[in-house]
Write a protein that binds this ligand. Sequence first.
Ligand SMILES: Cc1cc2nc3c(=O)[nH]c(=O)nc-3n(C[C@H](O)[C@H](O)[C@H](O)COP(=O)(O)OP(=O)(O)OC[C@H]3O[C@@H](n4cnc5c(N)ncnc54)[C@H](O)[C@@H]3O)c2cc1C
Length: 307
Amino acid sequence: MTLLASLPPVRGKYLENAPLGDMTWLRVGGPAEVLFLPADEADLARFLAETPDGIPVHILGAGSNTLVRDGGVPGVVIRLTAPFGKAEAIGDNRLKAGAAALDKKVAQTAAKAGIAGLEFFTGVPGAIGGAIRMNAGCYGTETKDVLVEAVALDRSGRRMIIKPDELGYAYRHSDAPGDWIFVEATFEGTSDDPAAIQQRMDDITARREATQPIREKTSGSTFKNPDPPGTPDQRKAWKLIDQTGWRGKRIGGARFSEQHANFLINDGTATAADLEAVGEGARADIKSATGIDLHWEVRRVGVEKAK
Ligand SMILES: Cc1cc2nc3c(=O)[nH]c(=O)nc-3n(C[C@H](O)[C@H](O)[C@H](O)COP(=O)(O)OP(=O)(O)OC[C@H]3O[C@@H](n4cnc5c(N)ncnc54)[C@H](O)[C@@H]3O)c2cc1C
């Protein structure tokens, strides 16, 4: 029996053997056994409630922090659709956004409404669901600082309203159970002049363009820094990669960026295996040279290709 035959009827779409590479920034990897595009939250809740527990379910956001392995992803991959992509100011310096709304759209909506504090989202190329899970942030602000509450569905389709202090937030980390799917969030900032907010967003964009390979096939920071921001003499992943000679060193079409040594780059010909081999090669050399065990910030999903 195919996987599709064991899935419940839905109003959205199922696609079998659906390529995932183009849904990620790294542009590599195999297909989803089944890709599910829910019509709306009720459709997603029904799917979760009626899909047998033994079937693996993975949620993919904008794919800016995900490496899909070459053998693809067994089970169902969910990608939220347009009805989950709205963002609107709701008064009192608050803004409500669907989990598929791009972080940049949330920053722009906040700026137009004169809500300050969400400018950092303009520098993170993901969507809101990924930001809540990863505690995305940059230049001193993180998602946890502006999140009022998030709405999530658990694996049984139960709807929950979650406060940030229930999410065990730390640097680029939440304790949110792996099977929760965020569908919506409310953020709060402070009042300011829209033009001043826009200027700060433009500054963030200019700073990123100058320091990061944001037009390449990359997934941003590959490893978490060993120490969180604010630690005196903070140890940085990019420095360790640099010091062990991995900046620019190639395996197939993969390498760490010459511009920012913690960014993995696909030159257009890399496989997921090439990218992972560069990352693991650097990790092993850093461990033997310094004793530091770097942890992947990039989420690796799926299985290797059978040889
Ligand atoms: C050029 C570049 C620059 C970057 N700069 C930064 C930066 O400055 N700061 C930073 O923090 N990150 C940065 N990143 C990494 C990335 O943009 C963030 O981690 C982002 O929050 C990931 O969001 P996404 O929607 O792309 O998630 P995905 O890559 O699709 O998924 C990431 C994780 O979130 C989970 N997830 C996605 N959606 C949901 C949902 N609705 N509910 C539950 N879980 C979900 C996935 O299952 C996965 O575990 C950068 C990436 C790139 C490519």
